[in-house]
Design a binder for this molecule. Structure first.
Ligand SMILES: Cc1ncc(COP(=O)(O)O)c(C=O)c1O
Length: 381
C-alpha cells in the first residue's frame, strides 16, 4: 500500500465546507451597502479552516481583500496564487519583514513614524510605490498610533513620496457587548474618536479606505461600516453575539468528526479514565473515540460535553485524555467500531455548536475554531 492510499479520516478529522464560507460571505455582502468593501479575515489559517480554501471561497462570495495577522500567512496566500489585496493586521518588526511585503505586494499596517520611514527607505531604494494602511488606537489599546499622533502620522505618510496610503483603520474592543449596555457605549466612543481623525483630514484630496468594523460591528450598526468591513467569525458561520446566530442565516463552515475505536461493556461502579471522575451508575456500554485534547478538544469539557452519532446525542464521560475520549452509548447497542462521531458541527438535523462549549469552558467561539490542531487533517467537502 502506498502513502497515497492512506485515508485522511483515519481516526479524527476536520471537515471544511467552502460552500458555507461562500454563502456566509454573500449574506454579509447583502448586509452592507454596495459601495462598502468586504475584507475576509483569514488569519490563523482561516480560523483553523485552511486559509487558502477559505480565501478562495470568500473571494468567490464577494470579498475584495484578505486580512491576515502575520507575514508568513500573507506569503502562504500569495504563493498559492491568490492575487487580491492582502493587509497584514499585525505589526511587522524588521526591515526584512517590510522588504518581503514590498516584494510580494502585501500591505503592512503602520503604527508609528519609524515604520513609515523604514518603508519609505526600502521603497525608494527599489524605486517602487509601497501601499500601506495606518492603524489608529481608539480604545483597544493594542496596535495603532495614539489618537493625538494620528493626523501627524497620516501627514508624514502623505509626504513620503514612495508610500501610498490606501487605508486608515481602527479596531473595536467591545462591539460584541450587549446593546445599550455600558460596554456598548465604548463602541460609540471609539467610533467618535475615529471620526475625529477623519474630520482632521477632511481636506485631504487622495481617496482612502476607512475601516473599523469586525463581525460584531458589521452586524451591530451600519454607521460603523465606513468604506470597508473586516469580517472573520461570521464568515465561518457564527455570530459574535453569544448564543445566537439570530438575524442572519449563517452556515457553520466546519465539522469535527472522529471514529469510535473501541466498544466496551463494563459493570456498574466502574471508574472511567484518569482520576475516575466518572463512575458508571449501571452496567454500561462505553465507546472510546479517537480524539482528545491534543487535537484541540479542551480538557475543560470533560464530563460535560455531548457528541452526536447519526443525529442522536450521547454524553461524554470521565476525563478527556490527550488522544481519546469516552462516551456512554448504553442506549444504543448498534454503535460499532468505526461509527462516526460528530464532536462539533452538524449531523443530520442536530448540531453541536461552539456556544455549547463556551458555556462549559468560558472560552469563545474564535478560540474554539482556531484551536483544532494539525493532527486533524482538513478534509474539504
Ligand atoms: C484587526 C482585526 N480586524 C478584524 C478582525 C475580525 O474579527 P471577527 O472575527 O470578530 O470578525 C480581527 C480579528 O480578531 C482583527 O484583529
Amino acid at each position: 500500500m502506498t502513502l497515497e492510499n492512506i485515508d485522511f479520516r483515519q481516526r479524527a478529522w476536520v471537515e471544511v465546507f467552502p460552500k458555507a464560507i461562500k454563502s456566509n460571505t454573500e449574506v454579509i455582502r447583502n448586509l452592507i451597502s454596495n459601495n462598502c468593501l468586504l475584507m475576509a479575515v483569514v488569519k490563523a489559517d482561516g480560523y483553523g479552516h485552511g486559509s487558502v480554501t477559505v480565501s478562495q471561497a470568500a473571494l468567490e462570495g464577494g470579498a475584495s481583500s484578505l486580512g491576515v495577522a502575520t507575514l508568513q500567512e500573507a506569503l502562504d496566500l500569495r504563493k498559492s496564487g491568490i492575487a487580491c489585496p492582502i493587509l497584514i493586521l499585525g505589526n511587522l518588526v524588521t526591515r526584512e519583514d517590510f522588504n518581503f511585503c514590498l516584494d510580494w505586494d502585501l500591505m503592512p499596517t503602520l503604527s508609528d513614524s519609524r515604520e513609515a520611514l523604514l518603508c519609505q527607505k526600502l521603497a525608494e531604494s527599489k524605486n517602487k510605490s509601497f501601499d500601506v494602511h495606518i492603524k489608529i488606537d481608539t480604545g483597544m489599546t493594542r496596535l495603532g498610533c495614539d489618537l493625538d499622533a494620528a493626523t501627524g502620522l497620516i501627514a508624514l505618510v502623505d509626504q513620503l513620496k514612495n508610500l501610498s496610503l490606501q487605508g486608515i483603520y481602527s479596531h473595536l474592543a467591545l462591539a460584541d457587548a450587549e446593546l445599550d449596555s455600558c460596554a456598548d457605549i465604548e463602541t460609540l466612543n471609539q467610533k467618535a474618536k475615529f471620526e475625529s481623525v477623519l474630520l482632521d483630514i477632511k481636506g485631504r484630496k487622495k481617496k482612502i479606505c476607512r475601516h473599523l468594523a469586525n463581525s460584531a460591528g458589521t452586524f451591530r450598526d451600519k454607521s460603523l461600516h465606513f468604506d470597508m468591513v473586516r469580517v472573520g467569525l461570521a464568515l465561518y458561520g457564527y455570530s459574535p453575539f453569544a448564543n445566537s446566530n439570530k438575524d442572519c442565516i449563517l452556515q457553520p463552515a466546519l465539522a469535527v468528526r472522529a471514529k469510535v475505536t473501541l466498544v466496551r461493556d463494563v459493570p456498574s461502579q466502574t471508574g472511567v479514565s484518569y482520576g475516575h471522575s466518572f463512575k458508571t451508575q449501571r452496567p454500561s456500554r462505553l465507546a472510546v473515540v479517537g480524539i482528545g485534547y491534543a487535537d484541540g478538544i479542551s480538557r475543560a469539557l470533560s464530563g460535560a460535553m455531548k457528541v452526536l452519532i447519526d443525529g442522536k446525542t450521547y454524553p461524554q464521560v470521565g476525563s478527556i485524555t490527550m488522544d481519546q475520549l469516552v462516551i456512554d452509548i448504553t442506549e444504543n447497542p448498534g454503535i460499532r467500531v468505526g461509527s462516526i462521531v460528530t464532536v462539533l458541527g452538524e449531523d443530520g438535523n442536530s448540531s453541536i455548536t461552539p456556544y455549547q462549549w463556551t458555556e462549559i469552558t468560558g472560552s469563545i467561539p474564535w478560540e474554539i475554531l482556531c484551536g483544532f490542531k494539525y493532527r486533524l487533517p482538513r478534509v474539504v467537502i
